[in-house]
Design a binder for this molecule. Sequence first.
Ligand SMILES: [Zn+2]
Length: 311
Amino acid sequence: MKIAAAVFHRTVHLGEAQLYPPDPKCLFCGSTNRTAFYTLQKDPDVLLLKCNHCFAESASRLPTEQAMKDYYSNYYNEDAVKETKDRVACYHTAQFGDYLARKVIKHFPPSDSFEVLDFGGGDGAIALRMAQRLLERSFKSITITVVDYNEYLAQSDDARIRLVNCPTLDQLPAKKFDFIIASAVIEHIPNPKPVIDRLSSLLNLKGVAYFRTPYIEPFLKLSKLLHITIDFTYPAHIHDLGADFWEGSMVRLLYPQEFSVLESNPSFVETTFKDNFLRTLAAYILKAPWYLIGNGYKWVGSWEIFYRKIG
Ligand SMILES: [Zn+2]
């Protein structure tokens, strides 16, 4: 029995030539105090390691750049384009965009020129939807910079919203952003710490960063007991990051002077009842006990957090 952890990705088995040698250090905090708790693939073995210092979970071996290139060229050509018109790994762009707009309205006063960075945002459709909602709430002009290898951009028919594309963070013009969206992207990045550093440096003081990642550690542990294979979708997913990491380590260990937590909770459900009834029902049922029990309850599937830049 196989259960896919993500809708759009799939696991491929990597050979020795497609893997870098194991690095004992945690990719987020550098600690070597890590414990293996799940096997992602055998021969050559790739394990999922939990850092006992910052609680990040990462694959013990990283795919080479060429292996990643090969993986994603197949991914875009075959599956994703067929499955979604918006070319964003999220079923309901409109609802997610509306959700982010509500959060922006909650955490910012209306702005005359609001700068959004949508990192790994595909065609920027979610940020565009968010911007359309913000215009209805006294925001005057919004620029969305989409950083993604995907060069196709959603089209805005409102001149007050400008969408621009940039392939990498390093190629961005020298400016800072009010709101950074990093939704379902950090788990894909082999070396994530420099990327989070860079995102932090791109954020205006009092700006807000949104991160969303899968967190399926309890499901992986249970699957081992039940002899079920859960498809972690390695090497698409390299990390598994929950509340202990996002809410704890990020603000205590990694960025204590830079970020404060605005909101932190199980993530927005990314499917709708109309698209996928059972998957959506399961997501809501699984996330529900967290609202009673809090972070002691781990069966959430994914996590999201809003940080404010404080320094
Ligand atoms: Zn660590």
